[in-house]
Ligand binder design. Structure first.
Ligand code: FPP
Length: 255
């Protein structure tokens, strides 16, 4: 994503501004393959992937999309080679240090979801600082999932609800979807309207399983580092062609 650097890009004319997703989620897959296919180490793919994410964030903001959530590191990603895990953690920390001021100036609110207590103390400090500093920003809500796993998130929500019952602060009959939702990392964040997964893989990989019950899915063969503005435009065109019924039957015009 190198187009329009430093200047605001306008929404392509074939996209309807009234029917844009409010919240886009991305599974940034294919960094390793992108690098290997160029004879580069896998970490070069992650570095380029981070640039792609930054450009996508700017593009979403310019085009009026209010939230972007990115799956940066799953609870399963610890099983990768230690050097790769260490590099990713360093990359997150370095990016936060380097980009925070500019993101803050651009009105980006940053949140993290996942169990951050397992991360290094210095990364936790940067994460907490970025969330606190940008808390009142309104231009776009950027959420990064780190050490995130949906099953783990739902399990800990169950535990918190059970604890309320055990303490006598909640009756069984009061447990409903809203209450469970409030215990998730994403409490207060709108559900994604569109999920994009790159690199040809077609699965959710333990990402936002509860939150994506009615999310539209878009899969593309493009490797994440190559997912540019043109590719995002295609994803949005596909989204705008969908008929979202949320389980209902659309009233027919003849009825
Ligand atoms: C998946 O590709 C990618 C990741 C596990 C890491 C994604 C992280 C970034 C792009 C950095 C973003 C930075 C911030 C601050 C959020 P893969 O390695 O599984 O690719 P492969 O399937 O080709 O091996």
């Amino acid at each position: 994503m190198t187009q329009n650097k430093g200047q605001i890009s306008t929404l392509p004319i074939d996209l309807n501004p009234q029917y844009l997703p409010q919240h886009v989620a991305v599974i940034m897959d294919g960094n390793g393959r992108w690098a290997t296919s160029r004879g580069l180490p896998r970490i070069a793919g992650h570095r380029q992937g981070a640039r792609t994410l930054k450009e996508l964030l700017r593009c979403c903001k310019d085009w009026g999309i209010k939230a972007l959530t990115a799956y940066a590191f799953s609870t399963e990603n610890w099983r990768r080679p230690t050097e790769e895990v260490d590099f990713l953690m360093l990359l997150f920390e370095r990016l936060l240090r380097r980009e925070l001021t500019q993101m803050h100036q651009e009105g980006v609110r940053i949140s993290f979801i996942g169990d951050i207590s397992a991360l290094s103390k210095s990364l936790q400090t940067e994460i907490e600082r970025s969330m606190l500093e940008t808390l009142n920003n309104q231009a776009i809500h950027f959420t990064v999932a780190v050490n995130y796993g949906s099953r783990n998130e739902i399990t800990q929500a169950c535990r918190q609800v059970a604890e309320l019952v055990q303490k006598g602060e909640l009756n069984l009959e009061e447990i409903n979807e809203n209450l469970v939702e409030q215990q998730l990392y994403t409490a207060g964040i709108l559900e994604p309207d569109l999920l994009i997964r790159t690199s040809g893989e077609m699965r959710l990989s333990n990402f936002l399983l509860w939150q994506m019950a009615y999310t539209e899915m878009y899969f593309t063969d493009i490797f994440w580092p190559d997912f540019d503005r043109a590719a995002f435009h295609q994803a949005l065109l596909s989204y705008q062609g969908r008929d979202r019924r949320f389980g209902q039957v659309k009233p027919s015009l003849s009825a």
